[in-house]
Design a protein around this ligand. Structure first.
Ligand code: ADP
Length: 553
């Protein structure tokens, strides 16, 4: 028997039309390079986005063509999010933090036809322009500088297009709308292509009350770059609900973010843990007597902060909660759109102690609807959800990629039955809370036993003298690998290894799990998406030997 429902495709164009009709007066704020704020209404946004789509069609954009963006977070980038798919194209966000050669390689691999770029990023473009020829380079005058004569001016392009006489490109819900490359920290970057359908389903799920919980009165600050897994999808949710957006532009320094929060206090923000760690340290340092910044900032009490992309230390959650800001941890990947799990207070935890709530918030969380999740043992069987048995997380769902752009199906990345192999090692407890132990390549195997680098670094970061810490494995003749802790102390602190070991023993680590060596460093290197880059630390400390003592002593 056939269903009687209409067969209307899920479509981003619907969200754009809705925003234009229902939310015309709501605001989109962008911080410009000179730090002033520019205000747009959703009404203007709607017309500009349709004008962009119309202009792209006039330039000869065909269905499925890729249009790259090399932009900070601002309103014009948001116009690309909807304008490129509206014209039938695929928006491909290039990561401006990658090495120029890598950006050029990725643009070539994606076969990008056009490029939309911020004027302030043209010096970067010139470093990779020889690696890939875009038919048109469309320059958004973000700083207001004149657009070079040989390039196309984004504003002129929009001014000459007619948003009223624009027809959306015909499409199916499975047609591609956007493309993102994995960061390449675990091999050659690979392209993930999202569809209308996957994006709409992801947006609906992530917007649910216990997750982003988008409300019409929200003010959303996306610190996550729009090239990092589509800023985790929040731009789509914000347009769907017409919520006010505050884009930080290129100013992501903690002082700048705190200044912006005074001007436009957010109710929801998104970013990786390293951003929030430096933000809270800057804020706390400003409270000290004699600080030149004393009294300069207030934190936006009541803000929800979605933090993910890397493990979120419990100490960070506690530090923000003191100021009335609750951190919701999420776990996911570029391949998964990205939201797969979110840690939220389930009904069973209503009467839980504060310690228990913090402990749960420091976990990756519970699988969201439409995501099937399993934990596979080394032998290939499913692990029980007992909170102890660990294995590789594998996921399946309508917003999880089934393959990569232009790559034959990779058996390393997909199980024989098609589930995505995430490369993350975790356990799941009876309430469905996922606890990430490590990435497969970050696990430390000592004398046949696994040691979780994530657990160690979170405990070290709970020490009051520590600004940040990352734990890596170093080769060891007897035990095969041993942990080495790289620690960044807060200014003026001088804690030593003995004190850290005592602290870890108090955190119920066994003696054999303690790092054999502590290196005090100035900063933990960051990946292009702002996460701790342990590969760089492994390279740096490749030659060090750990003390020749028995780790079980
Ligand atoms: P990359 O980290 O390589 O830049 P992604 O942004 O796609 O690429 O990152 C996905 C990976 O980030 C996951 O596989 C996982 O290892 C890590 N990750 C994401 N969220 C969390 C989290 N909440 N806890 C621990 N690790 C996380």
């Amino acid at each position: 028997m056939d269903s009687t429902m209409m067969n209307v495709p899920l479509s981003l164009n619907h969200l754009l039309e809705r925003a234009g009709r229902l939310f015309a007066d709501n605001e989109i704020v962008s911080r410009l390079p000179d730090k002033t704020l520019r205000l747009h209404s959703f009404g203007a946004y709607y017309r500009r986005t349709r004008a962009l789509a119309s202009a792209l069609q006039r330039l000869g954009l065909k269905k499925g063509d890729r249009v790259a963006t090399l932009c900070w977070n601002h309103h014009a980038h948001l116009e690309c999010y909807f304008g490129i798919p509206a014209a039938g194209g695929v928006m491909h966000t290039l990561n401006l933090r990658l090495a120029p050669d890598e950006i050029g390689w990725i643009a070539g691999n994606a076969g990008d036809r056009f490029l939309v770029i911020d004027d302030v990023l043209l010096p970067l473009y010139r470093q990779f322009a020889h690696l890939h020829r875009f038919e048109k380079v469309i320059v958004f005058a973000f700083s207001g500088a004149p657009v070079p004569a040989e390039m196309t001016d984004y504003e002129a392009l929009l001014a000459n297009a007619d948003p009223d006489n624009f027809e959306y490109a015909p499409h199916h819900e499975d047609d591609p709308v956007a493309m993102c490359y994995t960061s390449g920290t675990t091999g050659r970057p690979k392209g993930v292509v999202y569809s209308h359908r996957s994006t709409i389903l992801h947006t609906l799920v992530a917007s649910l009350g216990d997750f982003w919980g988008l409300r019409g009165t929200d003010v959303v600050l996306p610190v996550t770059p729009m090239f990092h897994a589509n800023s985790w999808g929040i731009p789509y949710g914000a347009v769907m609900m017409g919520v006010k957006l505050v884009f930080p532009g290129q100013h992501l320094h903690p002082d700048d973010l705190l200044d912006l929060m005074q001007l436009e206090p957010p109710t929801l923000s998104l970013g990786v843990p390293t951003i929030w760690m430096s933000l809270i340290q800057t804020f706390d340092a400003a409270q000290a007597e004699g600080s030149p910044n004393k009294g300069r900032w207030k934190l936006p009490a009541g803000m929800r902060s979605l933090v993910g992309g890397a493990a979120v230390p419990e100490a960070l959650i506690r530090a923000f909660d003191k100021h009335g800001i609750w951190i919701l941890q999420g776990w996911g990947m570029t391949e998964t759109s990205p939201v797969c799990t979110i840690s939220y207070p389930r009904a069973e935890l209503r009467d839980a102690s504060a310690d228990e709530r913090y402990r749960r918030a420091a976990m990756a969380g519970v699988p969201v609807p439409l995501v099937d999740l399993r934990v596979r043992s080394d032998e290939g069987g499913d692990q029980p959800w007992d909170g102890e048995s660990v294995g590789e997380i594998q996921v399946r769902g309508p917003f999880i990629t089934g393959r990569y752009h232009d790559v034959p199906v990779d058996v390393e990345k997909f199980a024989p039955d098609g589930w995505l192999r995430t490369g993350d090692v975790a356990s799941v407890d009876s309430l469905g809370f996922v606890k990430i132990t490590d990435r497969t390549k970050d696990l430390i195997k000592s004398g046949g036993e696994w040691i979780s680098s994530v657990d160690l670094e979170n405990a070290i970061m709970a020490h009051p003298s520590v600004a940040e810490a990352a734990v890596i494995a170093v080769p060891d003749e007897k035990w095969s690998e041993r942990p080495l802790a790289c620690v960044v102390l807060k200014p003026g602190q001088s804690t030593d290894a003995a004190e850290f070991n005592a602290h870890l023993l108090r955190h119920s680590f066994a003696r054999w799990q303690l790092p054999d060596r502590y290196e005090f460093i100035d900063a933990v290197p960051r990946t292009s998406t702002g996460k701790f880059w342990k590969m760089k630390l492994r390279e740096r400390f490749a030659g060090v030997s750990v003390p020749a003592r028995s780790p079980t002593a």
